[in-house]
Design a protein around this ligand. Structure first.
Ligand SMILES: Cc1cc2nc3c(=O)[nH]c(=O)nc-3n(C[C@H](O)[C@H](O)[C@H](O)COP(=O)(O)O)c2cc1C
Length: 219
């Protein structure tokens, strides 16, 4: 696949087939991601690949916790306020997704259930949790963003889809407990990975983008 095509084709997948991913393929993707750029080549990423029984156990625990409206305690705090225009885009994204699924404004149960699917990893057979040392900050998060995008683009080469999920960092203590990760690490991002279920309605959703001229100034 041509690189520009891959960038344009990548989208978040929110329904996967259960088919397992061969380890060899996961290794190729992660090896490619290891070539991502990082601040003074510090390569701050540490990654846990979770599948099989462990994936199922962790999913059950996260799902149960999120279902009971347990307050979230992410290691990377979410902004309290977003600039108005970004808030508008975020709301539009949510509404357009609900519309694809025919979920109305008043249907709070269905809306909640859609969020809860995050914790089932959208049915993906594997999930990647990315950690970094707790003393690191924004610079390393920037590196991890690049690492994550390299994973997501490389996955396309093997017919795999991905969904980066901030939801998966809502309860870091659970993830660390299940994966035996020390408290000296911050959980930065979760990425569900697997073969896309192209029949699923949710996967027909396409996100919008602002026009290039809205975010570029030429000098
Ligand atoms: C840091 C980050 C966190 C995200 N968290 C979630 C999430 O918790 N659940 C989800 O379904 N999608 C999540 N997404 C996916 C975004 O909603 C998606 O990237 C955006 O709407 C653009 O759509 P696209 O990825 O299909 O191009 C996240 C994306 C990023 C980069």
């Amino acid at each position: 696949m041509n690189l520009i095509e891959a960038i344009e084709n990548r989208r978040s997948i929110r329904a996967f087939k259960a088919d397992p991913i061969p380890d060899e393929i996961l290794k190729k993707i992660l090896k490619a991601a290891g070539r991502s750029p990082s601040y003074t080549n510090t390569q701050p990423w540490e990654i846990a690949v979770v599948s099989g029984k462990k994936r199922d156990e962790l999913s059950r625990e996260l799902y149960k916790t999120a279902s009971s409206d347990t307050p979230v305690t992410p290691d990377i705090p979410k902004p309290l306020v977003w600039p108005e225009e970004l808030e508008r885009r975020s709301k539009e994204h949510g509404e357009r997704r609900f519309k694809v699924l025919g979920i109305g404004r008043e249907d709070t149960d269905k809306r909640k259930n859609l969020r809860l699917l995050n914790f089932k990893f959208y049915g993906a057979p594997a999930v990647l949790f990315i950690f970094m040392d707790k003393n690191l900050g924004e610079w390393s998060i920037m590196d991890i963003g690049m690492f994550a995008q390299t994973i997501m683009l490389s996955a396309l080469e093997y017919g795999l889809g991905t969904c980066p999920q901030a939801a998966l960092i809502d309860y870091p203590h659970i993830v660390k407990k299940y994966l035996n990760i020390p408290e000296s690490k911050k959980l930065v991002l979760g990425i569900s990975i697997g073969y896309p279920d192209n029949e699923a309605l949710i996967n027909t959703y396409r996100s919008m983008r602002v026009e290039m001229d809205e975010f570029v100034k030429w000098f």
